[in-house]
Design a protein around this ligand. Structure first.
Ligand code: PFF
Length: 464
């Protein structure tokens, strides 16, 4: 990768210093995939699939990725590349170029706010991987059964001090890399991270095949039973499509801002989406055989992988080694995702004349502080469910609410506004110029004009 880490510079559209660009198409793909592949694929996808009944949910999720996710990703990367700034200022810049109201920068604001909120709790969850690395190294996982694994996880959640420690450590890691500029370290890290993660997941799927419950897991994931599908599940699937692809939260726009002209946005978006989906499905195929083989509950919630994977590692030969590797890789996957969340905030602060290092530290500390409320909602405040008055939010802790608010409310709104802006407000010629000829521009525009807005709106209203 060393040849690709040399950055080229390009004149900026505004007054900010000329942004350095990704050195190649591959560098962008790796960075975007690094953003997309994270806890969403390995931690969240399996547990929400479990909570929402399996196959039918997975099918809806796949449709959302293909029909809404990929076109929105193309739109965001395109807006970023045209704007060449932070999401907030890229939107302002593109609106200016198009001669329309600068109020469209509200898309950038909402997206950045979503990224900030997600980062706050993402860091807490990512922090969970650190004690598991220690457990794995020390051989604590050898021979654990489902009960012991559950107890281990329960002990972790019960300790606000420990959770805060790992949350702090994780946020510090994110800030550290962000200070140095995302590209340099990031380009290199993801080059080996992605393949390694893939190999490990394949091994875990292989392990799942040796259990007698692999068939049950495949059925659960791929045999749709539409009678169990609720309207809320469809909204969750849509929200997760955005979350897992890092959409509607500025990240793809921020990374698109560093994309050299001439790189095909359609092809790169498709590649990233396929990689991301592949990782999620493999995580499902790795986890559900263990769930079923051990009589665990698929709808166990956010602790699902921490209750199941230690059991698998505990039984396999060389388990401590592979467990260490797995949790390290999960930590890295979360790390590269968190960098992309910070990027929107940091870039914006930088545009206000604050030095990169200061911006990263400031953004990190602010998100860290909000993250403390997630830490507490897992233990001391677990009974604090402030929106009980609304049926939909009954029993939801602060952490549950942040998750719901970002993925199922803010992201769909940002995506809807983005689709309307690109589909209806922006000149056709502008998006055509950016996307290039022969990339299905007309079909893409049709989707953004009609399918995305109508789909998101109907789902939204139905869920009110
Ligand atoms: N896509 C990341 C994941 O699946 O873990 C999460 C994420 C990253 C969401 C960046 C939003 C974002 F801006």
């Amino acid at each position: 990768m060393s040849s690709t880490t040399t950055l080229s510079a390009r004149a900026s559209a505004g007054t900010a210093p000329a942004p350095a660009l990704w050195s190649s198409r591959l560098a962008f793909i790796l960075a975007a995939a690094g953003s997309a592949v994270g806890l969403g694929n390995i931690w969240k996808f399996p547990y929400i699939t479990g909570e929402n009944g399996g196959g039918a949910f997975v099918l809806v999720y796949l449709v959302c990725i293909a029909v809404i996710g990929i076109p929105i990703m193309m739109a965001e990367v395109m807006l970023g590349r045209r704007g060449r700034h932070s999401p907030i200022n890229s939107m302002r810049e593109v609106a200016r170029q198009e001669g329309v109201s600068s109020n469209w920068k509200v898309i950038g604001w909402l997206a950045t706010l979503a990224a900030f909120l997600i980062l706050s709790f993402y860091s807490v969850i990512a922090g969970w991987t650190i004690p598991y690395i220690f457990h794995a190294v020390q051989g604590d996982l050898a021979g654990v059964d489902a009960d012991q694994a559950g107890q281990m996880f329960g002990n972790l959640l019960a300790s606000p001090v420990e959770l805060t420690l790992w949350h702090t450590l994780f946020m510090a890691l994110a800030v550290l890399v962000s200070v140095g500029g995302v590209r340099h370290g990031l380009e290199r890290a993801v080059t080996w991270l992605m393949p390694a993660l893939l190999v490990l997941l394949i091994m875990l799927v292989g392990y799942g095949m040796t259990t007698t419950h692999f068939g049950a897991a495949v059925d659960f994931l791929f045999k749709p039973d539409f009678s169990s599908l609720t309207a809320e599940a469809v909204l969750v699937a849509l929200g997760h499509a955005f979350f897992t692809l890092s959409l509607a939260s500025g990240s793809m726009m921020a990374y698109g801002a560093y994309l050299p002209k001439g790189v095909s946005i359609a092809r790169t978006s498709l590649t990233v989406a396929v990689m991301d989906t592949g990782v999620a499905l493999m995580a499902g195929l790795a986890i559900f055989p263990i769930v079923f083989a051990n009589g665990l509950e698929p709808g166990a919630g956010p602790g699902l992988i921490f209750n199941t994977l230690p059991v698998a590692f505990g039984q396999m030969p060389g388990g401590s080694f592979f467990a260490t590797l797995f949790f390290v890789l999960l930590l890295f996957a979360a790390w590269t995702s968190s960098l992309s969340m910070l990027e929107s905030v940091v870039k914006w602060l930088e545009e206000h004349g604050i030095k990169r290092a200061k911006s990263a530290v400031f953004g990190g500390i602010a998100a860290w502080m909000v993250g403390l409320t997630t830490v507490l909602s897992l233990n001391v405040w677990s009974g604090f469910t402030p929106l009980d008055a609304f049926e939909r939010f009954e029993g939801k802790t602060l952490f549950d609410l942040y998750d719901f608010l970002t993925a199922n409310v803010m992201m769909p709104i940002v995506a809807l506004l983005t689709a309307v802006f690109v589909g209806w407000v922006m000149k056709k010629a502008s998006s055509q110029e950016e996307l290039g000829a022969g990339t299905g521009h007309r079909l893409w525009l049709f989707v953004l004009r009609y399918l995305t807005p109508v789909g998101v709106l109907v789902l939204f209203l139905y869920n009110l």
